[in-house]
Design a protein around this ligand. Sequence first.
Ligand code: ZN
Ligand code: ZN
Length: 136
Amino acid sequence: MTILSGKCLCGQVQVSVRGEPLRVGICHCMDCRKESGSAFTFYGIWPADQFEYTGEISQFQGRCFCSHCGSRAFSADEQEAEVKLGLLSQAPTPLKPSYELWVKRREPWLRPVEGAEQFEEDRVRRDDGDPVGTRF
Ligand SMILES: [Zn+2]
Ligand SMILES: [Zn+2]
C-alpha cells in the first residue's frame, strides 16, 4: 500500500497517509487564501483511519497547524482527514487535483487544471448527485 509522509517546516509535526486519497483538490476561497497566505490551497482527503500525525498542533476553526513554525497541516474529523499536500516530502507530489473550488476567486493568471471539475463556490453535490455534507 502506498504511504505518503511529510512534515512541517520545522519538522516538529509529521503526517502520514496510507492508500489512495478519496479526492484531491485545490481551493481558491477567501478562507484558504488567508490561511495559507497564498492564492490557493492544495490538499488531499483520506479516510480518517488512513491518516496519522505526531507533534504538537494548534488549531483555528478546525484548521490545524504546527504550534512552533505555523505551517498549515491538516483538518480532520471522525470521517475524513484533509492534508495540505505541500507538507509531503515528495515535490512535486504524485497527486493531481480532480476538482477546484471557488474558481470565482482564482487569480486571473492561473488556468483551470486540465480535466478538473470546476466549482464556482463550494462543492454542491457528490458524484452520485446527493448533496455533500462536508465542505471540501
Ligand atoms: Zn513546525
Ligand atoms: Zn477554501
